[in-house]
Design a protein around this ligand. Sequence first.
Ligand code: 5GP
Ligand code: ZN
Length: 114
Amino acid sequence: MSDCIFCSIIKGSIPAQIEFEDDRIMVFKDINPQAPIHFLLIPKQHFDSLMEVDSKDGDIVAHIYMVAKNIARQRGFDRNGFRIVMNCGQDGGQTVQHIHFHLLAGRSLQWPRG
Ligand code: 5GP
Ligand code: ZN
């Protein structure tokens, strides 16, 4: 996906503040943070959205959640709590067509949002 912003971040052709990376995923700061801590967790493999992910893609979604949990523990915001959000499609508010999970922390978050 040559025109995908998040694939460009993975390739390094667009800069990002990277928090964590392994062979399967990357975690970086959201450019427009909605909370004191706002990371995006993405698989390195391009999927337009959750609708393209299926069981043959292994445990990528579970892996993303486990990495989020580890970051929360390492940074200490597991104590006060956090939120993981995945927007899917137009009504879900998805604006970047490469599946991503928002990890938000550092303030009391309201619900429902919008
Ligand atoms: P969505 O609305 O699709 O769930 O979330 C997309 C997120 O990507 C938004 O929170 C937006 O601020 C973030 N974003 C869009 N372009 C860039 C970029 O070039 N760099 C970074 N770090 N975040 C981006
Ligand atoms: Zn992509």
